[in-house]
Design a protein around this ligand. Structure first.
Ligand code: ATP
Ligand code: LTN
Length: 333
């Protein structure tokens, strides 16, 4: 059976960037591809590459999973699990570190950005993040890995490592393809429309979180940075602010940029933003209702248990296969 896998970091509350750029796409895939087995996990090991508060981390892991389900992820179709509950990830991560080069990890732009922002205390874990991510993926032989544009380089590294190990130890891993959605692939910050909307941005005004109440949702859109031209035209190069809002409009409603331009030909930012506020609120309301049903329920724990069991079964098989080929421990029958 073919497989699709993706991971999400519990580093902050989910925002509409992740929702529109990643989760919505994932939910669509789950419905469109009944022949695939799906894995999605909460990447808590990745979250501790920078210091984390214990209570907050615990809360976020649960919150994220509940939100994914509330967004339409079907736990019957998808194995949903917590990365640290499946030991093979850390073990495989180490094996892959021994087949990766310092030079290639130093070239990773996410590492360069994050280590530059953080003046002291850059951990080894932050540096080896991409090899752990490669382990997450290669353990499950997925054919496709849905990610945002920012993760493309990590996927390329994963492919390089997979090919290197396949050449050396005789075909062990499936070489995965990234699956990057065409539209909505990247949603930008409301305060700086040239950088990605991110859950770790210190400025809360830069984003809408999925659990934000109606008044906040509308306020954030009203205060989103645009320009002084006042017309609704899609031009991401010259007019990133309004183009970003049009992208959000388009991904939610399914309308093309031309349709939106025509509909707002003789209207200004105020009307456009008022409408968009309502559109985003209507999209998020049912998600919020389902989230509140789930968050303190036993249902969520049952989903995690089931996901963990299947993930352990699949990942251990791959881990032991590589250990055998390398010559580690005693030979397994
Ligand atoms: P951080 O900013 O803390 O690095 P993040 O906001 O990028 O985190 P992740 O958990 O790293 O969130 O991302 C989850 C998935 O959603 C990834 O595939 C990522 O590429 C995608 N994603 C995140 N933010 C956006 C965005 N603004 N637009 C489109 N896709 C996004
Ligand atoms: N690095 C990813 C999260 C992530 C992931 C993965 C995604 C960790 N392991 C494996 C896909 C497959 C991120 O920051 N978005």
């Amino acid at each position: 059976m073919k497989r699709i896998l993706s991971g999400i970091q519990p580093t902050g509350s989910l925002n509409i960037g992740t929702y529109l750029g990643s989760i919505k796409n994932f939910v669509k895939l789950q419905d469109q591809l009944p022949d695939y087995e799906f894995f999605i996990f909460i990447a808590d090991l990745h979250a501790i590459t920078v210091p984390k508060d214990k209570q907050k981390l615990r809360k976020l892991i649960r919150e994220l999973a509940a939100l994914y389900i509330a967004c339409g992820l079907d736990p019957e179709r998808v194995n949903l699990f917590i990365q640290s509950e499946v030991p093979a990830h850390a073990q495989m991560g180490y094996l892959l570190e021994c087949h990766s080069y310092i030079g290639e990890l130093e070239r990773m732009t996410q590492y360069k950005d994050k280590s530059r922002k953080q003046e002291t205390g850059v951990t080894v874990g932050l540096f080896t993040y991409p090899t752990l991510m490669a382990a997450d993926i290669l353990l499950y032989d997925p054919d496709f890995v849905p990610v945002g544009q920012d993760q493309k380089q990590h996927l390329e590294l994963t492919r390089d490592i997979a090919q290197r190990i396949n050449n050396r130890f005789n075909d062990i891993f499936t070489v995965p393809e990234p699956l990057i959605s065409e539209r909505g692939a990247k949603i930008y910050s409301f305060t700086d429309p040239t950088s990605k909307m991110s859950k770790s941005d210190d400025n809360v005004k830069s984003r809408i979180e999925l659990l934000d109440p109606e008044n906040i949702i509308k306020k954030r859109i009203k205060s989103a940075v645009t320009d002084s031209l006042g017309t609704i035209k899609y031009d991401p190069e010259k007019r990133p602010g309004i183009s970003n809002l049009m992208m959000i409009y388009s991904v939610i409603t399914g309308q093309s940029f031309e349709d939106i331009e025509t509909a707002y030909a003789d209207k200004g930012y105020k009307e456009f933003k008022d409408d968009l506020g309502e559109i985003v609120y209507q999209e998020l309301k049912p998600i919020q209702d389902r989230y509140h049903e789930l968050i303190n329920s036993k249902e969520l724990d049952a989903i995690f248990d089931k996901g963990r069991e299947r993930a352990i079964e699949v990942s251990n098989r791959k881990l032991y296969k590589l250990m055998d080929r390398i010559g580690l421990g005693r030979k397994r029958k």
